[in-house]
Design a protein around this ligand. Structure first.
Ligand code: 3SL
Length: 280
């Protein structure tokens, strides 16, 4: 019998080459890695509206995120019976609507803009008098981000307040998802990125989604690091401090509390409405 030279593997079956992958091995490989084959949809995270064009996917659902406070206020408004919200980017547009007799909410740099009816505090939308009303809304970053995304297949509004509801809905949609953080004046911010991580994690865990996007991975890491207690984690973040200086700590705590509402605001022809289940 021929001896095996030192350093080479002994051939088990002389008719099958050593590097041949047995069908059973291949089957096991597929079973063990089945998640790789089942993951159909992509979730991406865009940290700033300024880079949104890089993420363009006309078939994707875009979730706009402005945790402090625009998207939290919008979720709260619909949960409390507001019928429609018209998001506008500029104060000039807001003034035009006001002149036409609309109820208009306007915020800049955290404060209500003088001459308008409402600001951006979620608590101001917990008001019986706003039931069935249409409100025009302009905010420093949130409404700009909504309008930046308006040509997407669908735009939905996300915040910690509707975290589980929006995650479940996205999982039913069979589409790629882009999580668009409103940030602060086109810069990265902590709270929107944290929420993006919380939502991305919920989608990825289902295995219906995958991600080829480092910002999605980074946001999930950030979320896992901070999720135990968001409020102290954000202690040194710029917008928590900005709102803190305006005595809006109560708003911050509310906006960071997951699953307070069960509605999904969506943009239909430039107007936000509450998604009805049969439209989903
Ligand atoms: O940037 C925005 O759109 C606002 O949410 C900012 S603030 O929280 O109302 O200051």
């Amino acid at each position: 019998m021929a001896s095996t030279p030192a350093g080479t593997k002994k051939q088990i079956n002389p008719h099958i080459p050593n590097n041949y992958l047995f069908p059973i091995d291949f089957l096991l490989f597929v079973i063990q890695n089945r998640d790789l084959y089942l993951m159909a949809y992509n979730v991406q995270v865009c940290f700033s509206p300024a880079s949104f064009s890089l993420f363009r996917d006309d078939e994707a659902i875009v979730v706009v995120i402005d945790v402090l406070r625009a998207t939290s206020a919008i979720c709260t408004a619909f949960e409390n019976g507001v019928k429609k919200i018209i998001p506008v980017s500029t104060l000039d547009e807001a003034f035009d609507y006001k002149k036409q007799g609309f109820l208009v909410a306007a915020e800049r740099d955290g404060s209500i803009v003088e001459g308008f009816h409402l600001g951006n505090s979620p608590f101001s939308y917990m008001d019986e008098n706003l039931k069935d009303k249409t409100i025009v809304l302009t905010t420093t970053n949130g409404t700009k981000a909504i309008n930046a995304a308006k040509n997407a297949h669908k735009v939905a509004i996300g915040s910690f307040l509707n975290l589980n509801t929006i995650a479940e809905w996205l999982c039913e949609q069979e589409r790629n998802v882009i999580l668009l953080c409103a940030g602060w004046k086109d810069k990265f911010n902590m709270e929107d990125s944290l929420f993006a991580g919380a939502l991305a994690e919920q989608l990825l865990i289902t295995k219906k989604f995958t991600s080829d996007c480092d910002s999605a991975r980074a946001s999930v890491h950030l979320w896992n690091f901070a999720s135990e207690d968001l409020y102290p984690f954000l202690r040194n973040s710029s917008h928590r401090n900005r709102l803190g200086r305006l005595n809006l700590d109560k708003d911050i705590r509310y906006c960071l509390t997951p699953n307070q509402t069960f509605c999904i605001p969506v943009l239909e022809e430039g107007v936000l409405i509450k998604l009805e289940k049969d439209l989903a």
